[in-house]
Structures are given as structure tokens and as C-alpha cells.
Design a protein around this ligand. Structure first.
Ligand code: SF4
Ligand code: SF4
Length: 86
């Protein structure tokens, strides 16, 4: 005989009815000045050390360390960093 799993009402609500939480995410566009010259303003502004800087590349933001304080967005003088919803 088939053993069917039983779910409580709470389990049904929390596992099946709750919509996935959308986390905002920071994106660095290809207009980043560090692709063409030297810039690490965003890296300097991040107090969480969430940004890793590479020569001649766009910086990479660690989403686990980032607390979305938006300091790097303010620090980027060409507005290359934007916030999106995943
Ligand atoms: S939003 Fe704040 S914590 Fe996240 S990368 Fe930018 S400066 Fe760092
Ligand atoms: S501050 Fe802006 S232009 Fe400079 S490295 Fe960061 S994203 Fe690129």
C-alpha cells in the first residue's frame, strides 16, 4: 500500500503558499570605468569588504557579505552600479 505523506495546515502554508522572497541585488554595468582605466571608488567605499577589485575588470560584489547599504552606488561617479530585484 502506498505511504502518502501528511502535511499540517501550517506546513502547507509555509512550504507551498508563501511566495519566494525576492532579494535585491547589485549589478555593475559595462560602463564601469575600471574596464578602460583605473577606478576603485566603490571598493574604497564598502565597509563590509563585499567588493573584490580586479585590474582591468569590473569589481565583483559578494552578495553574502553585502548588506545593501548603497554606499558603493553613491561612490560610483558614473552610476555604473544599480540595484535590481532577482
Ligand atoms: S551596498 Fe554597501 S555592503 Fe553592499 S557592496 Fe555596496 S557598499 Fe558594500
Ligand atoms: S566606482 Fe563605478 S566605475 Fe569605479 S570601479 Fe566601481 S563600478 Fe566601476
Amino acid at each position: 500500500m502506498r505511504d502518502s505523506k501528511q502535511y499540517s495546515r501550517r506546513q502547507l502554508f509555509t512550504h507551498f503558499a508563501r511566495p519566494p522572497v525576492k532579494q535585491p541585488r547589485l549589478v555593475i554595468s559595462n560602463t564601469c570605468d575600471n574596464l578602460y582605466g583605473y577606478c576603485e571608488s566603490c571598493n574604497d567605499s564598502c565597509s563590509k569588504q563585499a567588493i573584490t577589485w580586479y585590474a582591468d575588470k569590473k569589481p565583483v560584489i559578494d552578495t553574502d557579505k553585502c548588506n545593501r547599504c548603497l554606499e558603493c552606488i553613491d561612490a560610483c561617479f558614473i552610476s555604473a552600479i544599480t540595484m535590481t530585484e532577482e
